[in-house]
Design a protein around this ligand. Structure first.
Ligand code: ADP
Ligand code: ASP
Ligand code: MG
Length: 412
């Protein structure tokens, strides 16, 4: 008898009829003899509606009332878990719902963006022993100060994988509104194809680069604790194969590129006329780091007149802070000026096979230039290349690159 953790996202529990469908699936699996822990998200749009409600009461609730916002948002998952427990019990299967706090998902105290520190899950184990299906509210936990916290948008995936790791589950099945992880967001790139098997590292890269289908921290936990994760559709009766995210295996390496992900809301800052030498760049990066601004791309070039140009990219929500710091630095270092280019999207090409394959950069630039899309910045890691393009061209850039690398074609 295997212990399986299942997670159902907001769309999958979006209506009473869909909750009934999920209950059918859970009852079926339970009758097949599996021990089940089921993590649920809030019903579709609930979290957005609760946020909007808070904003009608008070401006910037996230900044001004993070604790109360967490109290409010956790109600969404509580509704879904109670309704699902009722539906399962109506099928003569024993079930009980637990909040994140009852399940003892212990987090730090950072409201609206807490990180899980420990999953005690004592009550979960007890209820499993009683033969019950245990339904746990996703996206929430409790701090050591006994405050209710949330894990950040999309965090129910992380609850599920963390529980699977703590309970030693055989695997964690993430049920959502697509039948797997695709080579690009299928809503934006119609020719995207399902990826049957992907390794943790590539999936972390896709998820952190904006592939919404999985919360990045869920994948990181899966990698660390060796929990195989499957992404499946809750709308199909067969599972359709889905996508298995697992450790790298032989035979997973033959493709140069695995998939694309993108995210808008990036800004490029160009600091012109800085003094040459390592000092200036280090100073800029240190001051940004001290202010908690995370920098994505860093490029520098020396001009013929002996001055240096430094280019960095940050997320738009850090722009005000980054701009202030850079302006002050230019004054301190007697640089020339700061240029700010907002409205950029970051497109990531992910694939561990790209690393030492010649011609990948050429292929990217040829494809984008042919479509008249300019690249404003570029960075590379061992398994990815990222380009910054104008946000209005994001979707087009995705489609152009998807086509150029043959991602929509049948793989051998
Ligand atoms: P849930 O509510 O079940 O957590 P999400 O909306 O968070 O679902 O994630 C599923 C969505 O992620 C899909 O509807 C799809 O549009 C989007 N998505 C983005 N990138 C990808 C990708 N590479 N593969 C599959 N889906 C993706
Ligand atoms: N309900 C939360 C959100 O919408 C968490 C989740 O669905 O994973 O972000
Ligand atoms: Mg999600």
């Amino acid at each position: 008898m295997a212990l399986i953790v299942q997670k159902y996202g907001g769309t999958s529990v979006g209506t009473p009829a869909r909750i009934q469908r999920v209950a059918d699936r859970v009852a079926r699996e339970r009758r097949a003899g599996h021990e089940l822990v089921v993590v649920v998200s809030a019903m579709a749009d609930t979290t957005d509606e609760l946020l909007a409600l808070a904003e009608r009461i008070s401006a910037e609730p996230r900044r001004r009332h993070p604790r109360e916002l967490d109290m409010l948002l956790t109600a969404g998952e509580r509704i879904a878990m109670a309704l699902l427990a009722m539906a399962i019990r109506d099928r003569d299967v024993e079930a009980i719902s637990l909040t994140g706090s009852q399940a003892a998902i212990i987090t730090d105290n950072v409201h609206t963006g807490a990180r899980i520190e420990e999953v005690r899950a004592t009550r979960v184990r007890e209820e499993l022993k009683r033969g019950r299906v245990v339904i746990v509210a996703g996206f929430q936990g409790v701090s050591r100060e006994r405050e209710v916290t949330t894990l950040g948008r999309g965090g129910s995936d992380t609850t599920a994988v963390a529980l699977a790791a703590a309970l030693g589950a055989e695997r964690c099945d993430i049920f959502t509104d697509v039948d797997g992880v695709y080579t690009a967001d299928p809503r934006r790139v119609p020719s995207a194809r399902r990826i049957p098997l992907i390794d943790f590292q590539e999936m972390v890269e896709l998820a952190t680069s904006g592939a919404q289908v999985l919360h990045p921290r869920a994948v990181e936990i899966g990698a660390r604790f060796h929990v195989p994760i499957r992404v499946l559709s809750s709308f199909r009766d067969d599972d359709g194969g889905g996508t298995l995210i697992t450790r790298k295996e032989h035979g997973m390496e033959h493709l140069a590129l695995t998939g694309l992900a993108s995210e808008s809301g990036h800004v490029r800052l160009v600091l012109r006329g800085l003094p040459v030498g390592m000092g200036a760049t280090a100073e800029v990066l240190t001051r940004l780091a001290d202010a908690g601004v995370s920098v994505d791309i860093v490029e520098q070039a020396d001009r013929a007149d002996g001055r240096r140009q430094l280019q960095i990219t940050v997320r738009e929500d850090a722009l005000a802070e980054a701009k202030q710091i850079c302006e002050r630095l230019i004054a301190d270092l007697e640089g020339e000026r700061l240029e700010v280019q907002p409205g950029l999207a970051r497109i990531a090409l992910v694939g561990s096979g790209m690393h030492d394959r010649p011609g990948v950069y050429a292929q990217i630039f040829r494809a984008l230039i042919a479509a008249g899309i300019e690249v404003h910045a570029l960075s590379a890691s061992a398994i990815s290349i990222a380009v910054l393009v104008d946000a209005e061209r994001e979707q087009e850039a995705l489609r152009v690159l998807h086509h150029a690398f043959g991602l929509g074609e049948e793989q051998p």
